[in-house]
Design a protein around this ligand. Sequence first.
Ligand code: NI
Length: 261
Amino acid sequence: MIFDTHAHYDDEAFDPDREELLASLAGAGIRAVANVGASLESCRTTIELTKRYPWMYGVLGVHPSETGELTDEGLSWIGKEAENREKIVAIGEIGLDYYWEEPDHEIQKKWFIRQLELARELRLPVVIHSRDAAKDTLDIMKEQKAGEIGGVIHCFSYSREMAREYLNMGFYLGIGGVVTFKNAKKLKEVVEYMPLDRLVLETDCPYLSPVPNRGKRNSSLNIPFVIAEIAQIKGIPSKAVEEAAWENAFKLYRMKPEVTG
Ligand code: NI
């Protein structure tokens, strides 16, 4: 059984066939999905998805690239929704993204810290997005004692040394389609190095489709390609990867396995 710990099924890429696609997941062994908010609007659509599908869970937060729109009011709305809805399992995706010029780094940092504080207050784990901002992300997480909050570094893309820092903090690492890319040497090394009990599977769909579907729209149906690649790197059976990742996902989001399907 597979838990896709990071998906964006509210994305417009799924507008033509969302219902049909989601209905097909259970038959392919995808038994739980966490839909992740990235803006205030997608937090709303994430909540709608969790109401609609019993196996769909929600993560609420504002992505660093969207923090220009965030206000105290917006943040307190997220807090209320996350606190009062049983199927909201984490705060995210939050973090720093220096790949794009905007918003200003100081704005990104401010809302990253505020959302970490919110997660701490609500006793929820965090889903971290960090791109081209390795040092600042780690510095803030250490300052904020993020190890006490817990969570996952989604779409982990840094070095083995950086992986060790987050593993020492007790964080999980989210592994998805990128691990199947030929040029993903660094990530393959991280997967080889990291303990299996800290690995969770994710798609980040509609983005980052694995080989052999690279470049196409991604969905949870592609996760078996990711599992096969991880199994090969670690020299263990695919089944072992799948089972471990399933259990890890429930630990990450602090859910009981019996709550799903
Ligand atoms: Ni994402």
